[in-house]
Design a protein around this ligand. Structure first.
Ligand SMILES: *Cc1c(COP(=O)(O)O)cnc(C)c1O
Length: 390
C-alpha cells in the first residue's frame, strides 16, 4: 500500500492481487496527467455542458425553506442527462479511457444505474461496453438491462456467489486483469482501490464547485447528501472541506432501523475493515464477515463506503446519520406533493435528514441538499410498497 493513496494515512490504499497493481498504477498516472491537461479539461467541460446539461440549477425550495425556517436549496443533479450525478463520473472515466487508447470499457452494476450510465458514455464516445451484473439483479432490473442493450452494451450475467453486486465487482476485476491492454474499468463510486476514490471525487467535485459559484458571495451553512458508496456526497462536499464554517452532513440508509440490523448505515454502524481493495468502514459481523445490507433504495445498498468519508467521520469534519426507509419514503412523497419534484429514493434520504435537523438552523442559515437523482426509476417500487401498506 502506498501512502498517497490514503486519507489520513489510515483509510484507502490498494489491497488487491499482484495482477491488478500495474492496472491501477497505469490508471493513476494517466489520471494525474489528464487532470492537469487544459485540453482534457476543456473537452470534458464541453461534454458536461452541451451533452449532459451542466451547470445544474441550484433551486431555492419554498416548501423546504418554510419547513426548516431558513433558506433551503436543492442542487438539481436529477436534471442531469441520465437522471443522476452518475453521468459526471462515467463521461469523465470514458473520456480518460479514450485518452489512454483503450477501446473497451467494463463496469459493475447492482440495480443497473451505473451500468446504464456507463453504457450511455460508451455510446457517446464510441467505446465497446461490457457490464457485469449479478444474475439475480439482471432478473429484477429488466428496464435497466433493456436500456443498456439499446445503448449497445453487452450485459454479462454473473452466476457466482450470491449473484449480486459484490460478485459482479469481483468478476469485473478478474476480467480487467486479463484484458488490461485494451480495457478500462469504469468504477461506479468513490470507493474501491486507489486511485478510484480520488478519481471519482475529482470527477464529482463539480457539484460542490457549482454550488459555491451559485451561492457566491454567500456560502452554505450546511451541505447535506445521501451516502451509498459516497460519490455524490464527496462531490458535493469536496469544494467545502477546507472551510470549517460549512457543515458537511451525510444521510446513510437506515433501512428498517439500525437497531434491527437490516440497514446499510456503514459509517454509523460499521467498523474499519477491508472491502473491494481498500480500507474503510465496513458492515461486518463479529467474525469480520461482510453482512447483508438492506435499504429501500437500491443505490444505497452497499456494505462499504468510500475511504475519504471514513476519514471525514473520524476527524469529525463531517457527520453521518442514518435515515430509515419509512422516513425516506415520507420525504419522497412530501417533496412530490409540495414541490412537484420526484426525488430518487436515495436522494429522499438527504431530504428526510434535512427535515429532521430543522431546529438546528436559523433564519440566516443556508442549507443545500444535493438532489442526486430523479425518482422516475423508483415508481414501480414505491407502488409495490404502497400495496404492501407502507
Ligand atoms: C447511485 C446513486 C446513489 C448512490 O451512490 P453514491 O456513490 O453514494 O452517490 C445516490 N443517488 C442516486 C440518485 C444514485 O443513482
Amino acid at each position: 500500500m502506498r501512502s498517497e493513496g490514503t486519507f489520513g494515512g489510515r483509510f484507502g490504499g490498494y489491497y488487491v492481487s499482484e495482477l491488478l497493481v500495474p492496472c491501477l498504477e497505469e490508471l493513476e498516472a494517466a489520471w494525474l496527467e489528464a487532470r492537469d491537461d487544459p485540453a482534457f479539461r476543456a473537452e470534458l467541460g464541453a461534454l458536461l455542458r452541451d451533452y449532459a446539461g451542466r451547470p445544474t440549477p441550484l433551486y431555492r425550495s419554498g416548501a423546504l425553506s418554510a419547513e426548516l425556517g431558513c433558506a433551503v436549496y436543492l442542487k438539481r443533479e436529477d436534471l442531469l442527462h441520465g437522471g443522476a450525478h452518475k453521468t459526471n463520473n462515467t463521461i469523465g472515466q470514458a473520456l480518460l479511457a479514450k485518452r489512454m487508447g483503450k477501446r473497451r470499457v467494463i463496469a459493475e452494476t447492482g440495480a443497473g444505474q451505473h451500468g446504464v450510465a456507463t453504457a450511455m458514455a460508451g455510446a457517446l464516445l464510441g467505446l465497446e461496453v461490457k457490464v457485469f451484473m449479478g444474475a439475480v439483479d439482471v432478473a429484477r432490473q429488466r428496464p435497466n438491462v433493456q436500456r443498456m442493450g439499446l445503448f449497445g452494451a453487452e450485459v454479462v450475467a454473473i452466476e457466482q456467489g450470491s449473484a449480486s453486486l459484490k460478485d459482479a465487482i469481483n468478476e469485473a476485476l478478474r476480467y480487467w486483469t486479463e484484458q488490461v491492454r485494451d480495457t478500462f474499468y469504469v468504477f461506479g463510486t468513490a470507493a474501491g482501490p486507489h486511485p478510484y476514490p480520488s478519481l471519482v471525487r475529482d470527477l464529482q467535485r463539480v457539484i460542490g464547485e457549482e454550488i459555491g459559484q451559485q451561492l457566491a458571495p454567500g456560502k452554505p451553512t450546511a451541505v447535506i447528501a445521501c451516502v451509498g458508496g459516497g460519490s455524490n456526497a464527496i462531490g458535493a462536499f469536496a469544494h467545502f472541506v477546507d472551510d470549517p464554517d460549512v457543515q458537511l452532513i451525510g444521510a446513510e440508509p437506515g433501512g428498517d432501523g439500525v437497531a434491527t440490523g437490516r440497514h446499510g448505515a456503514t459509517l454509523s454502524a460499521g467498523r474499519p475493515g477491508c472491502l473491494h481493495g481498500s480500507i474503510s468502514y465496513v458492515l461486518q459481523d463479529a467474525h469480520g464477515q461482510i453482512t447483508e445490507t438492506h435499504s429501500v433504495s437500491a443505490g444505497l445498498d452497499y456494505p462499504g463506503v468510500g475511504p475519504e468519508h471514513s476519514h471525514l467521520k473520524e476527524t469529525g469534519r463531517a457527520e453521518y446519520l442514518p435515515v430509515d426507509d419509512a422516513e425516506a419514503l415520507d420525504a419522497f412523497r412530501w417533496l412530490a406533493r409540495r414541490e412537484g419534484i420526484l426525488p430518487a429514493l436515495e436522494s429522499a434520504h438527504a431530504v428526510a435528514l434535512a427535515r429532521r435537523l430543522k431546529g438546528r438552523f436559523g433564519p440566516d442559515d443556508v442549507v443545500v441538499i444535493n438532489l442526486s437523482g430523479r425518482g422516475d426509476k423508483d415508481l414501480d417500487h414505491v407502488a409495490k410498497l404502497e400495496e404492501a401498506g407502507r
